[in-house]
Design a protein around this ligand. Structure first.
Ligand code: ZN
Length: 217
């Protein structure tokens, strides 16, 4: 079966193993000095996690305007046809579209630098797996990667592409990853600390105040 052969990378599984293999990057509860950011609350309602930052989302009911999302660099403006529209679905689609735009390009760029060839990039809605690399040389990503800081996105791309040279997590493999992502241990820690927020679904509710402001009543 292709399935049993194909999965050479499972970020979630390796993170679980990581605690045993590399305890130094996790610390222990007794000795933890990272009390301020060691635990991360789930993303609050009407906040959007994107490129590692939390942004405010504002909703507007604008029946004359096409539904959609506009991000101005600070705020996600969500334009809805009616109060029955689903702002969470619109923002989720925006994130998916952004992932479809960004991740294939990142993969192409890093593959050239690392000197590997892949078949194609496949975006999935994986809730427990960030990325994987198949024996057919397909690179699979969860679109949710787009929520991570850019350096962590890069690390995940590099992680998968390096599996095209080493289909394991051995010393040679990590040495190659380290050449292109020198701070990969920090990125792995970020992933472990923020996985709940990354996998959490977007939750946007209609905010009455903004609706009224947008309609200039
Ligand atoms: Zn891996």
């Amino acid at each position: 079966m292709a399935d049993t052969q194909s999965v050479v990378s499972d970020v979630k599984l390796f993170l679980e193993r990581l605690k045993k293999e590399m305890p130094e990057i996790f610390g222990t509860q007794e000795k933890s000095t990272q009390t301020d950011d060691a635990s991360v609350a789930p993303v609050a309602a009407n906040k959007v996690l994107y490129n590692g930052d939390l942004f405010e989302a504002r909703t507007y009911v604008t029946p004359d305007q096409e539904e959609g999302v506009s991000f101005d660099g600070k705020i996600f403006h969500v334009y809805l046809q009616s109060e029955q529209s689903d702002p969470s679905a619109l923002v989720t689609q925006w994130l998916r579209d952004k992932a479809a735009e960004v991740l294939p390009q990142k993969t192409k760029d890093w593959a050239e630098k690392i000197g590997v060839e892949y078949n194609r990039v496949v975006l999935k809605d994986q809730r427990t797996l960030w990325a994987s690399c198949s024996s057919q040389k397909n690179i699979n990503y969860s679109y949710r990667i787009i929520k991570m800081p850019l350096v962590v996105q890069d690390y995940l791309v590099i992680h998968e592409l390096c599996h095209l040279k080493f289909m394991n997590h051995g010393e040679e493999y990590w040495s190659l990853v380290g050449q292109f992502s020198p701070d990969y241990k920090l990125h792995r820690r970020w992933l472990n600390e923020h996985k709940d927020a990354v996998f959490e679904d977007v939750h946007i509710t209609l905010t009455k105040d903004n609706t009224e402001a947008a309609e200039e009543k």
